[in-house]
Design a protein around this ligand. Structure first.
Ligand SMILES: *[C@@H]1O[C@H](CO)[C@@H](O)[C@H](O)[C@H]1NC(C)=O
Length: 403
């Protein structure tokens, strides 16, 4: 025994006992022990999840074989295969082309001060263990250190267990609605997932991706544009030759509603088109009408429904007063058989205000025929009259749907 061979001073004895206590059966020199004389590997790009190729390498001449400890953003251990031999780090990891990690699970139950030989794999392309290298692992009090030689593989690098924190790594959420792959269900869904989404064109419908325009501002946004129209004879508004154009493929009399049908989603408020009417109800049941000649309104269903094309009551509210007259009035019913239509034909949904004292109570009538004497009413005073604005350069209207 050591103390029999040599007479020790009290201080030397104390140090020896302390060392024995800390490092079990390790020989305890008076010089530096690896557990207090290691180099730190702390770079954030050494984390296994750092997946940008940075041409980092531990094969340079400046790398010296030494005891190393992983700290900070690099992680607290060397990376390892998950389980035993399953899963491997793919290029790039820890900023390197050939990421290195333990071939087996990281040992957990080493005695402090003992060291352990282990194998590091360097993966290359799809090969998990293209090159291997022997290293040593030592358990210190509550951390591990590793004796790492210069990487045998050019551009090989020892990866740590650190997890790279990205500001928002939820790719799906970021890209939602922005590509066919991440097509959304509706504008509402996009707005719910991305509060900062702006009005514009987005991808919708994963099965058959199409582009739609979303209003992301009005009343919380989430409105899908389904219809953009103009008038066929705005200057003679009350003549039979005046109608909306184009018209959606909603179920109206083909005999009288002689206006071209669109089934292509409008990409803006001035892109004259209409989304296939069968899809409207899949986007929701609330609708909003915006026109630059009549007030903007939004309606929830009562017993009536626009998307189901069903007569009945509506609960409408004003969104914005546009016309100069009759501010804050809204319709309260949807009817389909407007007065004067031949053979009771339906030529488009008709939004009326049932309490109006006039005989005809039309507020918005989406009429699409130049064959009857009727015309597409846009009357804020809900009396089927010419109370709309007449001073706008390009009179038009839009319908939006929301869940
Ligand atoms: C998506 O497209 C398919 C195929 O055109 C259609 O059947 C379906 O109704 C659409 N769904 C929605 C929610 O737009």
């Amino acid at each position: 025994m050591l103390w029999q061979a040599k007479k020790l001073t009290i201080t030397e004895m104390m140090i020896l006992l302390l060392c024995l206590f800390l490092f079990a059966e390790r020989t305890c020199g008076y010089g530096d022990h690896p557990c207090s004389d290691y180099k730190k590997l702390s770079e954030a790009d050494r984390a296994a999840t750092y997946q940008k190729l940075m041409r980092k390498s531990d094969s340079r001449r400046s790398w010296k074989e030494h005891w190393y400890r992983f700290v900070g953003k690099a992680g607290d251990k060397i990376a390892s295969m998950e389980g035993d031999g399953k899963g491997c780090l793919m290029n790039p990891s820890c900023g390197a082309k050939f990421p290195g990690y333990l071939m087996k699970k990281h040992p957990g139950n080493l005695q402090p001060g003992t060291n352990f030989e282990a194998t590091v794999c360097f993966s290359k392309g799809k090969t998990c263990c293209a090159k291997t290298q022997r290293i040593k692992i030592m358990k210190c009090k509550d951390f591990f250190i590793y004796k790492l030689p210069r990487s045998c593989l050019k551009r090989g690098r020892y990866c740590g267990t650190g997890i790279e924190k990205k500001p928002d790594c939820d790719k799906k959420k970021l890209l939602f609605g922005l590509s066919k792959t991440y097509a959304a269900k509706s504008c509402k869904e996009i707005k719910e997932l991305r509060k900062d989404a702006e009005s514009g064109v987005y991808w919708m419908n994963k099965t058959n991706p199409i582009q739609v325009y979303c209003d992301m501002e009005t009343e919380g946004g989430g409105w899908t544009l389904v219809y953009s129209y103009i008038f066929t004879n705005f200057r003679s508004f009350r003549s039979g030759s005046n109608s909306l154009t184009p018209r959606p493929n909603w179920p109206v009399s083909d005999q009288y509603a002689n206006i071209p049908i669109s089934t292509e989603a409008p990409k803006s408020e001035t892109d004259l088109n209409a989304l296939d009417f069968k899809i409207w109800k899949k986007l929701g049941h609330e609708f909003m009408v915006k026109s630059n000649i009549n007030h903007h309104i939004a309606c929830k269903e009562g017993t009536g429904s626009l998307v189901e094309f069903k007569q009945g009551s509506l609960n409408c509210r004003i969104i914005k007063n546009i016309a100069n007259k009759c501010h804050n009035y809204v319709p309260d019913q949807l009817i389909l058989h407007s007065a004067g239509n031949p053979a009771q034909s339906t030529l488009g949904p008709d939004l009326i205000r049932s309490q109006s004292s006039s005989f005809l109570k039309e507020y918005y009538y989406f009429e699409a025929s130049t064959r009857t004497r009727n015309w597409p009413t846009h009357d804020p005073c809900r009396t089927n009259n010419l109370n709309h604005r007449t001073d706008v350069a390009r009179p038009r209207g839009n319908i939006y749907i929301r869940e």
